[in-house]
Design a protein around this ligand. Structure first.
Ligand code: 9WN
Length: 439
């Protein structure tokens, strides 16, 4: 699966195709992940999208992040969805009338001016903001981009490291399977067993109007997602009083927090502020990530279930994404590299990284985060490989990414056993990260 770098002509075709996707998915203030499946603004999607948009229009990339932050809550949380009021409620489930953020979330500081969800997604935003700034520092300074973003992003990280340190071990916890952005990963199966699903008749799954049932989470999964979100909403989305039926520490989520904390340090420096609180925090987080989530025998990071305070016995791509953390112990990097190249994650038909262990008991080549290979995790891992000087592997992943993004018409994900495109097409972060890898 060693693909050559794209030729100049192939690069031009890819660049045009990717730009077309982002132009078509732009709503005027932000970008939808997909016109069909996801018709609102999603949190970590927007961060990846801004990273690509900066190559087309720095101004638009800034707007992408700023419109997301318009939905930020007073307690610092950045919601996982900011709803577009022009989109009919039946176009996506759960809709604003399920979350009821402006009413139910008032005490936790939900904005009155926008309807949002009440949960979060991985903190890629500060990394994205810093990369957007770097695309045109002069223009960014003129517009006061970082001056506006820095305090908001710092408040976001503060929220995660105070209200969400549910395990008391200094890492951020997630309280819903939608929060890590890997909704139906087998990593959550054990913890979800404890959650009584909402009855199927209580909700209508709009995702099945556009997506294929074999590609998507099951009805049982959805019953549990609805139950957890309902309970959180009924507790006013207030982490001080909510009794979370699901609480885990996810390696990918926390690795992104570390990298974003380093981006905050760079921003602080640029703004003439003291960067050391951020560098110290990123170092402390790195130590905690290794202490709490590293499994040397498995050769990757694992999820910690906070209800049992044990590591979950599943191997997923989330445990490989921490390669992106720059100051990992040397041995840890070597083990991660071996795991990535071993039988569990080296897929027969894609250069991308499968979302779950190919040899694992729950592996399913088609179903969303239970096996399919995704473009955002490949982008993160190739960045991590580069950060640790593993340039040949990074290049192999990059070339494979570009080839498969083009061949799949910018698919949401691919089947790692056949290479077939799955899920939505013209998916925004696939297009955005293509632009970034084309440089
Ligand atoms: C629920 C938008 C989002 C991504 C997630 C992906 C999927 C939503 C869904 O789509 O989740 O948030 O309806 O399945 O799992 O990573 O951010 O692209």
């Amino acid at each position: 699966l060693d693909r050559p770098a794209p030729t100049a002509t192939a690069s031009l075709t890819l660049r045009r195709g990717a730009a077309r996707v982002l132009i078509d998915n732009w709503t005027g203030t932000s970008t939808v992940p997909s016109r069909t499946l996801y018709p609102h603004q999603w949190s970590w999607d927007s961060a990846f999208i801004a990273i690509g948009l900066r190559h087309l229009s720095v101004r638009r990339a800034q707007q992408e992040l700023e419109s997301l932050l318009a939905g930020q809550w007073a307690d610092g949380r950045i919601p996982h969805i900011v709803f577009n009021p022009a989109v009919p409620h039946d176009a996506y489930f759960p809709s604003p009338d399920f979350w009821r953020s402006s009413l139910a979330g008032r005490a936790a500081g939900a904005p009155a001016s926008a309807e949002t969800s009440g949960i979060v997604q991985p903190p890629v935003h500060a990394l994205a903001a810093w990369l957007v700034h770097q695309a045109d520092p002069e223009q960014s300074r003129r517009r006061g981009f970082l001056t506006r973003l820095y305090p908001r992003l710092a408040a976001w990280h503060d929220y995660l490291l105070t209200r969400r340190d549910l395990g008391g071990g200094g890492l951020a916890a997630i309280v819903h399977p939608w929060e890590p952005g890997m909704d139906n990963s087998p990593c959550w199966d054990q913890a979800l067993q404890r959650v009584e699903p909402a009855a199927a008749g209580e909700f209508h799954r709009a995702d099945l109007d556009h997506g294929h049932p074999v590609d998507r989470p099951t009805d049982l999964d959805y019953g549990r997602y609805v139950r957890l979100a309902t309970d959180y909403r009924d507790a006013g989305y207030d982490d001080r009083v909510a009794r979370h039926g699901f609480a885990v520490e996810d390696p990918c989520f926390n690795a992104l927090l570390i990298v974003s904390e380093r981006a905050l340090a760079a921003m602080a420096q640029e703004l003439g502020k003291d960067p050391t609180p951020h560098t110290a925090r990123s170092e402390e987080l790195t130590r905690r990530l290794v202490t709490r989530l590293w499994d040397d025998e498995a050769g990757l990071f694992r999820v910690r279930d906070l209800h049992t305070d044990t590591l979950v016995d599943e191997r997923s791509v989330s445990g490989l994404v921490p390669l992106i953390v720059p100051h990992l112990p040397h041995d840890t990097v070597q083990r991660l590299h071996q795991t990535l190249d071993g039988p569990q994650f080296r897929a027969p038909a894609t250069a991308l990284v499968p979302s779950y262990d190919l040899t694992g008991h729950a592996f399913d080549a088609k179903r969303y985060w239970r096996g399919p290979a995704w473009f955002n995790t490949a982008w993160l891992i190739q960045r991590g490989l580069r950060a640790h000087g593993l340039h040949d592997n990074a290049e192999r992943l990059r070339n494979g990414f570009l080839e498969e993004a083009g061949r799949s018409d910018f698919a949401e994900y691919v089947d790692p056993c056949t290479g077939a495109a799955r899920g939505a097409r013209h998916f925004s972060w696939t297009a955005a990260l293509t632009l970034d890898l084309l440089r």
